[in-house]
Design a protein around this ligand. Structure first.
Ligand code: DX5
Ligand code: ZN
Length: 221
């Protein structure tokens, strides 16, 4: 890793679904003031993952009240059918799961046609080779460090090798995609993640268990 890469600040995206859903606007305002780099919006369909969480109508509402970057992670079985609805609802980055997608390359092209960032997420057991031919066309790779579906799970160190290999492939090929880790990120493991080449982290439990989100974000940065 180059000196420059080491000196970059880690970006932090609080996962709003892990906040108090009875007071969403209040949560959004607190995140705006926290020093976080944007919002992570976890959409689930009760099929790709067990729970139903938040979806398009709420994304539209949040889009109306904030100019923060919204990073939308769709944990759904039919991303090919629905990804554009999330883009139209206000996603700045749209991240779909490779495991559920038929036409990943086409999805990335369409997201970019809309002037948005294309992201692809990998479950813990999915090899990065599955997206090797997509890496020149994505802006973001989200490495899941938990099996998606719930906040507050234990971080799986088995994904560290995958992160390292992705970072190596990126620099060997002069690519610019961002590497993000989602799942069980906390102040104890961020330094290691950063040293492996991670640019941004998603945080649910590590933010929302604190009263003071600025303090929680600072601990991660
Ligand atoms: C997992 C979600 C995550 C999760 C993060 O299904 O994609 O974004 O809510 O929460 P923590 O940081 O608590 O693992
Ligand atoms: Zn997520």
């Amino acid at each position: 890793m180059s000196k420059n890469e080491k000196e970059k600040t880690l970006k932090v995206f609080p996962s709003i679904a892990a906040g108090n859903l009875m007071h969403i606007e209040h949560e959004v305002r607190k995140i705006e003031l926290s020093g976080a780099d944007g919002l992570h919006f976890d959409a689930m369909d009760g099929h790709f993952v067990p729970l139903l969480t938040i979806g398009i109508p709420l994304l539209e509402q949040i889009r109306k009240i904030t100019s923060m970057h919204i990073d939308v992670h769709i944990m759904v079985s039919n991303p090919d059918q629905v990804f554009l609805d999330y883009v139209h609802a206000g996603a700045d980055t749209l991240c779909f799961h490779i495991e559920a997608t038929v036409h990943a390359h086409k999805i990335c092209a369409k997201i970019k046609e809309k002037g948005k960032r294309a992201g692809v997420a990998l479950n813990p057991a999915t090899h990065w080779h599955d997206i090797e031919y997509l890496l020149a066309d994505v802006d973001l790779v989200t490495v899941m460090a938990v099996n998606p579906g719930f906040s507050h799970q234990h971080h799986l160190p088995l994904v560290h090798k995958k992160i390292k290999e992705l970072a190596k492939f990126r620099s060997a090929n002069g690519l610019g995609f961002e590497i993000q880790v989602d799942g069980g990120v906390n102040p104890e493991n961020v330094a290691l993640l950063k040293s492996l080449g991670v640019d941004s982290v998603v945080a649910g439990g590590a933010i929302f268990k604190h009263k003071d989100y600025s303090h929680a974000v600072a601990l991660l940065k």
